[in-house]
Every structure is written in structure tokens, then in C-alpha cells.
Design a protein around this ligand. Sequence first.
Ligand SMILES: Nc1nc2c(ncn2[C@@H]2O[C@H](COP(=O)(O)OP(=O)(O)O)[C@@H](O)[C@H]2O)c(=O)[nH]1
Ligand SMILES: [Mg+2]
Length: 175
Amino acid sequence: MTEKIKLIRIILLGNMGVGKTSIAICITQPATLREGRAQRQIDIEGKEIEIEILDTRGKEMVSDLDSSYFEGADAAMLIFDLTTLDSFYAIIRWNEELKQHVGDIPKLLIGNKVDLKDARKISRDEAENLAKRIGASYFETSIATETLPFGQRRVRGGRGIFKALRILIEQLISE
Ligand SMILES: Nc1nc2c(ncn2[C@@H]2O[C@H](COP(=O)(O)OP(=O)(O)O)[C@@H](O)[C@H]2O)c(=O)[nH]1
Ligand SMILES: [Mg+2]
């Protein structure tokens, strides 16, 4: 018997270009993002969990996001690009913003684009230190996208992201 749990809402935060939309699509496809949100069910420990992912939809300046984005958030993914220092430093700001709006909720720090080894600017140690400072678990991910005609994008797969998601959800449902 699977036990039904309420909807878990996870918000994505991070600078422009770090891969938020790619991650949102990867987690929720084949559902499509509508107005920056999409839902899917996943099975964890025999429980059917309904999750909703919220993407900032291009509102990537901290000041652009209004409090409605944070409403009802159960957890957050703070995402940076391992090849862009600015996106790593910005995590402190994103975390402050998150705390201001929703207080302390379970969160992950995600270093995305781990496939771009030669362009990498942040070590695992540095990232893990930051994660500790902000009280998050740290994961490295890579999202493979494919460019279709007319500038469309399709996500072909993700490395690391489902493990991260699973651990976040386990943390939430064990509370
Ligand atoms: N090499 C690589 N490129 C990625 C990865 N994730 C996203 N991208 C690319 O980075 C760019 C920005 O991604 P996007 O999801 O639009 O970022 P957003 O602005 O945070 O929503 C796009 O060209 C993506 O295809 C990744 O893990 N590795
Ligand atoms: Mg985006």
C-alpha cells in the first residue's frame, strides 16, 4: 500500500544561467512548466510523493522576486554554476532572501555544470564549506540539454539531480 503525502513545494534560486530551468524541466518532464511551475509524482520508500517545482522564470535579480514566489515553500535548491564565481558568491544573498521570506527550511546547495571540468572555478571543498555555513547539503549535478530547431531546448538527462532530490524529500518526510 502506498501512503499519500501532501504536495511538497520546492523552489529554485540562483543567478541567471546557472541551470535552474534545465533542472526544473529535468525533474518534472514529461510534465511541462506552466508559468514557471510543474508537478510530478515520485516514489520514495513506498510512498507516493507529489512534488511541485517552482522556477524563477527569468527573475534572477534578488530584488525581482516578490514574496509570492516563496509562499508555501517546503524546501529550496540554491543553485550555482561551478564555472562562474559570481554565481557562487551570490548564494549568500539568495540564502538571506530565502531566510527572510520563509525562515529555516530544508535546502540543498547545488553546484551545477560539473561536466565542464576544464572551466571549473570552485572546488568541492569550497562548496562544502559554504554548504556547512548555510546549513545545506551539497550536491554536484549536470544536466544534458539538446538544442532543437527554432531555439527550443529539450533536456535529455541529468546526473546527480535525482539523488539530491531524493535526499531532500527523505529529509522532509522524516520530519
Ligand atoms: N554544460 C552544461 N550546460 C548546462 C548545464 N545546465 C544547464 N546548462 C546550460 O546553461 C544554460 C543556462 O541554463 P538555464 O537552465 O536556462 O539556466 P537558468 O537561467 O538558471 O534557468 C543553457 O544553455 C543550458 O543548456 C549543465 O549541467 N552542463
Ligand atoms: Mg531560467
